[in-house]
Design a protein around this ligand. Sequence first.
Ligand SMILES: [Zn+2]
Length: 497
Amino acid sequence: MGLVGLSGNTVTVEVDISDGLPHYNLLGLPDAALNESRDRVRAALTNSGEVWPNRKVTVSLSPAWLPKSGSSFDLSIALSILVAHGALSQESIDRTLILGELALDGSIRGVNGVLPALIAGHREGITRAIIPVANIDEGALLQSMQVLAFSHIKDLLIYLRTGVGESAAPGEIDTGVQTLLDFEDVAGQARARFGAEVAAAGGHHLLLIGPPGAGKTMIASRIPTILPPLTIEQSLEVTALHSVAGTLSERSPMSRIAPIVAPHHSATRVAMVGGGAHLIRPGACSLAHHGVLFIDEAPECASGILDSLRQPLESGTITIARSIGNITFPSQFLLVLAANPCPCGKFTGKGLACSCSSLQVRRYLGKLSGPLMDRIDMRIAVEPVGRADISSQILGESSADIAKRVSAARALAKERFSGRGFALNSQIPARDLRSDFKPDRKAMAFLHDELDRERLTARGLHKVIRLSWTLSDLAGGHQPTLDDVTQAYSLREGGIS
Ligand SMILES: [Zn+2]
């Protein structure tokens, strides 16, 4: 299976062995890693007691136009050579999807992208697959397919020749929503906790501003615990993305918890949105699909990196242009940015400890401006935790309790928007905000007043209305009131000048 993005193309391996000087020829647009398969396959076979044909070996991977990369074709090439050589029957591997890299001693190594490859094979009507033991958890997700997993080519050959020696069985799959993180560990921080709840309920992107150690990361990392659990389809999609990227070890394959991905502020564009030289890998914004993308110290990001998130924020997908065509990965995430209040991080508003000039502060936060910030609905100040908060024995509200309100609010919004093609308040199109989804009369009068006084732009007005719907949903209301709107107004500004 050759993967292009998340979609797979069946690759057929043909081998011809003919008289002539010993030679090995690999046809069908292989990349460097695939070209080196000859040495791996040869060593693996001879070290497993098989005879290498000392004749002219031609291996053809078709379709020829499809660029093929990586080492996952090793195992299929090795088995095909044995068939051509008469050492293995054709029937034993007929209509079988074979994935695996070979080590020189013949052991079968795990490869990336097993789940999307199996899904693609299943769609083509293939009902049997041979995969590395290392990928067994992914293989077990496709219950409609006979998936055999082996760790050494010797064992695999015994099985194919005699039917004896069962493949390794997959372990128990963790489908739980258990995590060690919980909002009850966050002391104080009522405002930031509420901001996280609103973000989760309405899909509103969030900026947290506060000094180091105030708990920005603590709050952001707990947002997945209050988001609704993933559906099975969403979970498969997230797992497929992590499988292609090779980051599945960080996540249980069938975990229903929304993912959170936190790229460092020094991340490159490729790391953020995807790309790569041979194998096109999804970036952080796709690994955060259906979950949270958290960027700490966002003003430190190199210029252009944050703006590269505009496309996924607008369309929910990211497209990477390549000579063989465009590759599109899904990329729908909740964006949470965090920033210090000033370059030194000690800014308190009273200017006691901080040595930054007002120009430096403005410049620093000024980096968080432009088109991306138009997508951020809330700016929330995270204050350093006071002594009273820490010594308090009372735990904060638990994630489970907050999650109940989030899911009730989401249900209200979903029902309201049914048939319109969106489900979250943050997605209400601007044209609908002034017609179908207006707050009540008093609230609109207040907003028009703010517009007239030029304290609110048209864009700001839209954000306030979207936020006010989420506040209304969280309170179980039917239409945003003046209270909802004024609260939304202050969440948008965050009390930060
Ligand atoms: Zn400072």
